[in-house]
Ligand binder design. Structure first.
Ligand SMILES: [Zn+2]
Length: 73
């Protein structure tokens, strides 16, 4: 998709809205994840998110939580 701007609209950091920024590094995303007790190290790759959330939540429906949280963000 071609847009006139790829800057994140959810925070004041003026960062490019990459996958990592949008779902992990953006202050808005961090606040959303922290509201359910999940935080990510700054060096975490997006491919490790599922196993990290699974370990953090210790719930059988962790994948549903990831999907719903990602949709909400
Ligand atoms: Zn942002």
């Amino acid at each position: 998709m071609i847009l006139h701007s790829y800057t994140c609209e959810l925070c004041i950091l003026q960062r490019e809205e990459t996958l990592r920024h949008l779902f992990l590094r953006c202050n808005f995303a961090k606040s959303c994840w922290q509201s359910i007790g999940v935080s990510f190290p700054n060096t975490m790759f997006p491919t490790r998110v599922v196993s990290h959330v699974k370990r953090s939540l210790q719930l059988p429906f962790y994948m549903e939580i990831i999907i719903i949280m990602s949709w909400c963000i």
